[in-house]
Write a protein that binds this ligand. Sequence first.
Ligand SMILES: NCCCNCCCCCS
Ligand SMILES: [Zn+2]
Length: 344
Amino acid sequence: MDVVYSELHALQNGAYELIGGQLQPPVEKPERAETIRAAVEAAGFGPLLSPESFPDDTITRVHTPEFVAFLSTAWDRWVEAHGPYDALPLNWPVRTFRQKIPEAIDGLLSYYSLDAGTPITAGTWKAARTAVDVALTGARLIQDGKRHAFALCRPPGHHAAADLYGGYCFLNNAAIAAQYLRDNGAAKVAVLDVDYHHGNGTQAIFYDRADVFFASVHADPLQEYPFFLGYADETGTGAGEGCNANYPLRWGTGWETGYADALDDACRRIHGWGAEAVVVSLGVDTFEQDPISQFKLTTPDYTRMGERIARLGLPTLFVMEGGYDVAALGDNVVNTLTGYLNAS
Ligand SMILES: NCCCNCCCCCS
Ligand SMILES: [Zn+2]
C-alpha cells in the first residue's frame, strides 16, 4: 500500500489548547504524524511518496473561495492586530446573532470557526494546504487504478465544512479527495468516517447530494464533541435523502459492545448503495487510552476494523484524521492498514 506523506505537516504547531479549564500543549501535535510515519515505515509500507501539487480549484470544489481567502490570509492579519501568538476566536454567531461577516480579523475568526481549540499559526496555511495535496495524491493513485492508498494527512480535516474550521481541522482532506474522485471518473463515492468524533464537516458538505454517501460511527453527540451534529435521524436532505448514515454510540462502547455491529451496518449500507470507491476518514481516537475520548477499542480491534473495511471490496483511500494517544498511534494505524491488506 502506497503511503503519501509530507514533512510540512509540522508547520501546524500550536502553542496551547484549553482542555478542562487548563492551558495545555495541544494534543493535535507534529509528533502524531512522525509517530505514524515511523510505524508504517517499520512495518514495511512504502516507499513514502511525496505529494504532487494540485490546483486551488480542487479545494474550491468543496470550500467557498471566501473561506479559502480568509484561511490563507488570517495569520498575517492576526499578527498585524495582536502579534505572533496563536490566532483564536472568542465568540461565535450563535442564537440571537446575525450571520453577517465582520471586517475585523477577530470577527472573521469568530465567523469561520466552530471552536477555540484550533489555533491558526504562522505555518497553518502551508500545512493545511499540503495536507490537501497529500490526500489528492492518494486519490490520484486510486484514480490511476491502485486498489488502496494511505494519505498520512496532518492537520486532519473531517470537522471542516464548506466555510467552517475547527476540531483541529482547516481544509476537509477527505471531502476534497472524494470530490476529486467524483470529478475524475467515479460516479458514486462513499466516505466512511471511523474517527471517534462525528465528521460534521464532511456530512454538511455532502448532505444534499446523492453522489456521495456519508457514513459515520462516532460518539453520541448528546455526550461528545462536536455535540451539535451526528444524530441517527440525520439521513440526508433533498437529492441526498437516504445518503447519510450516522451511528452514534455511547461512552464506553467497545468492539464487541456495539462498535463492530455499527461498522458492519455502515459497510452494509455503503455496499447496498453501490459505491465505486470509498474514502475512509481514519481516526483512531476510538482507542481505549485516547486522552480526549471515551471508547474502548483495543489495538487488536484495529486489525478487525481493517479487515471489515476490506470486505467492502472497493478501491479504498485511507485519509488520516484523529488519534491522540501517541504511544499506541503507530500500532493502531498499522494494524488497520495491515488488517485491510490481509483481507483484501
Ligand atoms: N475535551 C476535549 C475537547 C476536544 N475538542 C476538539 C476535538 C477534536 C477532535 C478531532 S478528531
Ligand atoms: Zn476525533
